[in-house]
Ligand binder design. Structure first.
Ligand SMILES: [Zn+2]
Length: 62
């Protein structure tokens, strides 16, 4: 019985992040070069110069 241990299961967070990441990449695929900066092991910052859109993604652990 481990219910209510975490409000959101890690797998769901992972899936949302992956979808958000894919959505960002697809949305800005037609723009110019999207800048991707990896900060640490798990954090990735995506920057689209054309849209001036910035998003931070947290990649899953191993
Ligand atoms: Zn863009």
């Amino acid at each position: 019985m481990r219910e209510l241990e975490e409000s959101v299961p890690a797998e769901d967070v992972l899936e949302e992040e992956l979808i958000a990441f894919a959505a960002f990449a697809l949305t800005h695929a037609a723009c110019c070069d999207v800048v991707e900066v990896r900060v640490g092991e798990r954090c990735i910052i995506e920057w689209c110069p054309s849209c001036r859109s910035l998003r931070t993604f947290v990649s899953p652990g191993q």
